[in-house]
Design a protein around this ligand. Structure first.
Ligand SMILES: Nc1ncnc2c1ncn2[C@@H]1O[C@H](COP(=O)(O)OP(=O)(O)OP(=O)(O)O)[C@@H](O)[C@H]1O
Length: 494
């Protein structure tokens, strides 16, 4: 639909956009990114015909834009400029209706039923219908942005050029506008070319991105390729961290503020003084948040947390929304749910075991509660139907050190391997199969780290950290299970 070939352009003979080539397909949502002054608006002005090319050519629908009359080009290309054009005392509907001008052949051609239908439909889509008869001047920047978008859409162009369209819009309207543009692209074949400053929105909505730097095309690819840490760091001279969106397969970039603004003033660590025990709960409280990977009922997944709660529940505890119930429990005891990882166990909490283990330049604290009455051999496990019998092993590993994501995952593997070995050495059996158990059906784990001090890249058993986790989890778990078994035996003997 759009072809830009070796195009150069600028102002007063100065070349701003330098020898850029790309094409945009019909129905594509194409994003243009780049630092301030990199030539994005100049390029859009060249495509819309506002600025003559110094070199190269631009074609729309297979025809050079220089060969179109002004009106013909307006039927092909509509523009939503960066700055809201000067606003005259028109009503909203009058302002939007001006967009139909390109479709009127004579000055006195009357307003048709079709014109009216298009204007009404677009005003509805852009959420401005309710103030159709009010003056444009009395509206906020965001509302005026939507009015001018409506004006561009009623033009029914093949190509829509937008210069920072989300600029004045609040979060909900940013989403609404981009959803509408994407829908128009995918369902109606509208070709959308948008300059966007928000790299994360560009990633979510654009099929391909052009990254400009000093008037040149630095990259032209899908968002996954263009939004690489290296490219963005070098073009914007700003450190970013790339991560996947948690729900959809698109990259997102996290801006890294200057270290001075977020790094703790001095090194700090976690030890047993951060722990507190009662018959109701075991708590670890850290003054600063710890990066955590866990399978808690509250706070599962990866996050930063300050409170870690292992709560005792009755053997017959049953709740059809245990997450909600747990959040209420935590709130009621002064733990902010957004900063807390919460787990449950039915065992007597005095049977916990914990220990601090020193490594070379780092240390770990391991806390375990374990009951194995319903232990299972995972290689022979079958899904449970109905209520799950109590019995859970909860393993906490806190690391005074800085872990990579790889190390967090390896730490869970190492701790799990140590658990299986304890069950084997204690000859804990799966009652159903008569084989050695590997865990219980509801085990939970958390690995948390201060992310300070020694860099610990790996936590497999080949490394000092991995070996320490393996040993520590083995020791503490063996002790915790032994305590529970002893209590059980004593109870059985009366
Ligand atoms: N009308 C003009 N006359 C002369 N120079 C101009 C004109 N408009 C822009 N420039 C210059 O061209 C260069 C690129 O400007 P342009 O507006 O295309 O950048 P941009 O990437 O859109 O920037 P921003 O992100 O700040 O909107 C800048 O150095 C700017 O000063």
């Amino acid at each position: 639909m759009l072809l830009i070939k070796n195009a150069s352009g600028g102002y007063d003979g100065e070349e701003i956009v330098k020898n850029i080539s790309f094409s945009v397909n019909e129905g594509e949502f194409f994003g243009i990114l780049g630092p301030n002054g990199s030539g994005k608006t100049t390029l859009i002005n060249m495509i819309s015909g506002l600025l003559d090319l110094q070199q190269g050519k631009i074609e729309v629908a297979g025809r050079n834009i220089a060969d179109y009359s002004k009106k013909e080009l307006a039927r092909k290309i509509a523009v939503l400029p960066q700055l809201t054009p000067q606003v005259f005392p028109y009503t909203v509907k009058e302002m939007v209706s001006l967009g139909r001008y390109a479709h009127h052949s004579g000055l006195f051609r009357s307003w048709t039923k079709e014109d009216e239908e298009i204007v009404q439909r677009v005003m509805r889509q852009t959420n401005i219908l309710e103030f159709a008869d009010t003056s444009v001047m009395e509206h906020s920047g965001g509302e005026q942005q939507r009015i001018f978008l409506a004006q561009a859409l009623v033009q029914q162009p093949k190509v829509l050029l937008l210069d920072e369209p989300t600029n004045h819009l609040d979060l909900a309207y940013q989403k609404e506008l981009l959803d509408l543009l994407r829908k128009s692209a995918k369902e109606k074949g509208l070709t959308v070319v948008a300059i966007l400053h928000d790299l994360n929105l560009a990633s979510l909505y654009c099929d391909r991105l052009l990254l400009m730097d000093e008037g040149e095309a630095k990259a032209l690819e899908n968002p996954d390729e263009v939004l690489s840490e290296e490219l963005i760091n070098s073009v914007f001279d700003t450190e970013v961290i790339k991560q996947a969106h948690s729900k959809i397969a698109k990259p997102q970039l996290h801006l890294m503020p200057s270290k001075k603004t977020w790094q703790a003033k001095k090194l700090w660590s976690i030890d047993e003084t951060n722990l507190s025990f009662s018959t109701e709960q075991i708590v670890l409280h850290s003054d600063l948040p710890l990066k955590t990977i866990s399978s808690g009922i509250v706070g599962a997944g990866i996050g930063w947390y300050k409170y870690f709660v292992n709560r005792h529940v009755d053997e017959n505890y049953y709740c059809n929304d245990h997450r909600k119930e747990m959040r209420t429990y935590l709130k009621g005891r002064g733990f902010p749910p957004a900063q807390t990882v919460g787990m449950m166990t039915a065992i007597v909490l005095e049977d916990y075991s914990y220990g601090i283990y020193e490594g070379n330049g780092f240390s770990i604290l391991v806390v375990v509660t374990a009951s194995v009455g319903n232990a299972v051999d995972s290689s022979r496990a079958k899904p449970l139907v109905g209520p799950v019998a109590p019995g859970t092993i909860n393993t906490w590993v806190f690391v005074n050190g800085s872990l990579t994501e790889e190390a967090f995952i390896q730490a869970t593997i190492t701790a799990t391997e140590a658990k299986a070995q304890v069950l084997r050495d204690l000859a804990i059996q799966d009652r159903k199969t008569g084989t050695v158990a590997t865990g219980t059906p509801t085990d939970s784990i958390l690995i948390a780290a201060t992310q300070q001090g020694k860099e610990l890249d790996y936590a497999g058993t080949a490394t000092e950290l991995g070996a320490l986790i393996g040993n520590a989890v083995y020791q503490e778990m063996k002790q915790a299970i032994s305590k529970t078994l002893k209590r059980k035996k004593a109870a059985e003997q009366g």
